[in-house]
Design a protein around this ligand. Structure first.
Ligand SMILES: Cc1cc2nc3c(=O)[nH]c(=O)nc-3n(C[C@H](O)[C@H](O)[C@H](O)COP(=O)(O)O)c2cc1C
Length: 306
């Protein structure tokens, strides 16, 4: 049998395969490129970029949990000016699609970062982070309020000419309501999900395990929640969905695609197996062959529900 076709098209962008990195789990890509050729990725997603340089919260800002981790990094990043001068030139030379994740405290912040990125064609898409649970301002309120999310998407769409992905928070009553609101406002893609609010306590010191007290829970423990949320969004929106949450194997990818994801992002598992995406691609190809599927797109939304 011929090798199955792994390529996909996301809002008009051609990706060599559906495997992307998740924001915040491989910085700006340089370290990952020392582990494997990042041209193997469908796309690389950067850490959230804000208008200002942010040092983030003091350590400890990550802690292990059963089947995952808590993080409260606090959106540490180099800020948009240094990102453009120091990080983008290297990223632009990589033979993979570059997605820049965008954050801010106000609608104007999202617009300013998106507008600054607009002239750079090497930024194939931007992803709006509407759900950071570990900052005091500009985190969850953007993703938890459909009207505010919609207003922000509409404002960003006016200044950024290429596809806009909206990354949704699971820390809401109905994630699909927010997905519908941002689709109506012009979002091209939604990514589902960001981290869940979580907290763990050190029983020796009686202190929370991260200095922000609470953080974002990620990793294999959240996979079933994320799959259910992708399924819920797929019932209600017609724009493509990127599945995120606990992905560590090709079989995890298949689950997300069967419930409607067109692509996926790999996050926490990169800290355990930084070369995981290479193994996932190999195993995904073998799976498609075993199922006699010619293209990975044949999986999308094909779950056979009871
Ligand atoms: C250490 C760490 C830092 C993260 N930083 C960001 C970030 O800057 N922006 C963002 O949108 N998501 C961030 N995330 C969330 C991930 O992109 C992803 O949505 C989440 O971890 C769920 O996927 P996973 O279970 O595969 O890690 C971060 C996650 C981790 C673990």
């Amino acid at each position: 049998m011929v090798t199955p076709n792994l390529s996909i098209t996301l809002a008009g962008c051609h990706l060599a395969n559906p495997i992307m990195t998740a924001s915040g789990c491989c910085g700006y890509g340089e370290e990952l490129a020392e582990i494997f050729p990042i041209s193997k990725l469908g796309a690389l997603v950067t850490k959230t970029i804000t208008p200002e340089v942010r040092p983030g919260h003091p350590p400890p800002r990550t802690a292990e949990t059963h089947g995952g981790m808590i993080n409260a990094i606090g959106l540490a990043n180099v800020g948009i000016d240094r990102f453009i001068s120091e990080k983008l030139p290297w990223l632009s030379q990589q033979k993979t699609a570059v997605v820049v994740n965008v954050g801010g405290k106000t609608v104007d912040d999202y617009v300013a970062v998106s507008e600054a990125l607009a002239p750079y064609d090497s930024v194939a898409m931007i992803e709006l982070n509407f759900g950071c649970p570990n900052v005091n301002e500009g985190g969850l309120e953007f993703g938890a309020n459909g009207a505010m999310a919609a207003r922000t998407v509409a404002a960003v769409k006016r200044v950024f000419p290429r596809p806009v992905i909206v990354k949704l928070t699971p820390n809401v009553t109905s994630i699909s309501d927010i997905a519908v609101a941002v689709e109506d406002a012009g979002a091209d893609v939604v990514s589902v999900i960001n981290s869940l609010v979580g907290m763990t306590v050190d029983v020796s010191s009686w202190k929370p395990t991260v200095t922000f007290n609470r953080g974002g829970l990620t990793g294999p423990a959240i996979l079933p929640i994320a799959v259910a949320m992708v399924d819920a969004c797929y019932q209600r929106v017609s724009i493509p969905i990127i599945g995120i949450g606990g992905i560590a194997s090709a079989m995890d990818v298949v689950q997300f695609m069967l419930v409607g994801a067109s692509a996926v992002q790999v996050g926490t598992s990169l800290f355990v197996h930084p070369d995981g995406p290479v193994r996932i691609l190999k195993d995904l190809t073998a799976y498609l062959k075993s199922r006699k599927l010619a293209s990975v797109t044949e999986l999308i939304g094909k779950v056979e529900k009871y």
